[in-house]
Design a binder for this molecule. Structure first.
Ligand SMILES: *[C@@H]1O[C@H](CO)[C@@H](O)[C@H](O)[C@H]1NC(C)=O
Length: 311
């Protein structure tokens, strides 16, 4: 039984509900297309419009890029699994997918905290802001998010994939999600659990605390502002970020911190799926619809192109 070399895994997402499977397939496809379109649009807009060449939009562009990568690391594979008869994935493919999803997810955690810090500096010391948030600093902040996120994922993924797997290679999930794969391991997983808990604390709880603290400072600064107009402007740039943060960490905390039970498996899977696809779809919508600068940039680009086209 133990020590069998695994060539491939089988995935078992929603297979007990064939009707649900068809619905989820089309929903996933639709949302994936919206994610690609919306985020690419935000990336293009923030590059084309020179007024959006600020640290905040740099981070936003990075977040959009991250969301595209993140959804692309799982949705295409989920779609293939849905339509194929033989619902399997190779060992390497599984490891790669686990590494990508976990790495990009952790990167997003850190990046959102960096963005909160950016807003904190912008609002608490607006005059020094361009000096503190210079190009070197914000590039490095983004790079560190990517480096730490991928490093975390590399450690976690290798620690799981070197373990021996039992005879049953069926993953009870839509993707090679780390917790689902860990259930198939035929060895002591206490070290993995310890390291994963540590990573959860560092990558989820610490950013949440940092974001919480910076928002307390931001709120107190906003409330101390004299002009109602300034207050409104400061609030509108932060509320979009706050919405994204609540959605992202809410679902991440739900997925990784809640005790699992057998009865809520389908519900958990649905929530896990929405964490993977709905949040990346909402980011560009939240940021562009709530944001006057983005809306203006959008209008400019559209009218300029229309103008060229008429000529
Ligand atoms: C995101 O940030 C990294 C690190 O600074 C950078 O190399 C990359 O080009 C950025 N991506 C986008 C789309 O801005």
């Amino acid at each position: 039984m133990n020590g069998t070399t695994v060539v491939e895994f089988f995935l078992l997402g929603f297979s007990q509900f064939p009707v649900l499977q068809g619905l989820v397939f089309w929903l996933c496809l639709l949302i994936y297309l919206i994610v690609l379109l919306g985020n690419s649009f935000l990336i293009v807009i923030t590059i084309v419009d020179s007024r959006l060449h600020t640290p905040m939009y740099f981070f936003l562009r990075n977040l959009s890029f991250l969301d595209i990568c993140y959804t692309s690391s799982s949705i295409p594979q989920i779609l293939v699994i849905f339509i194929s008869k033989r619902k399997s994935i190779s060992f390497i493919g599984c490891a790669l997918q686990m590494f990508m999803s976990l790495g990009l997810g952790s990167t997003e955690c850190i990046l959102l905290a960096m963005m909160a810090y950016d807003r904190f500096v912008a609002i608490s010391s607006p005059l020094q802001y361009p000096v503190i948030m210079n190009k070197v600093v914000y590039m490095q902040m983004a790079s560190w998010s990517w480096i730490l996120g991928c490093l975390n994922s590399l450690v976690q993924t290798s620690l799981v994939m070197i373990l021996p797997f039992c005879g049953n290679h069926t993953i009870d999930h839509l993707t090679c999600e780390i917790l689902a794969v860990l259930k198939l391991v035929c060895a002591d997983i206490s070290l993995n659990v310890k390291i994963m808990t540590l990573a959860c604390v560092i990558l989820l709880i610490v950013p949440v605390l940092l974001i919480f603290i910076s928002y307390i400072f931001i709120l107190s600064t906003i409330l101390r502002m004299k002009s109602a107009e300034g207050r409104l402007k400061a609030f509108s740039t932060c509320s979009a970020h706050l919405t994204v943060v609540i959605l992202f960490y809410g679902s991440a905390l739900f997925t990784y911190m809640k005790p699992k039970s057998k009865d809520t498996q389908t519900l958990d899977e649905l929530i896990g799926l929405s964490y993977g696809v709905v949040n990346p779809m909402l980011n560009p919508i939240i940021y562009s619809l709530r944001n006057k600068e983005v809306k203006e940039a959008m209008r400019n680009v559209l009218s300029r192109n229309l103008f060229l086209w008429r000529r």
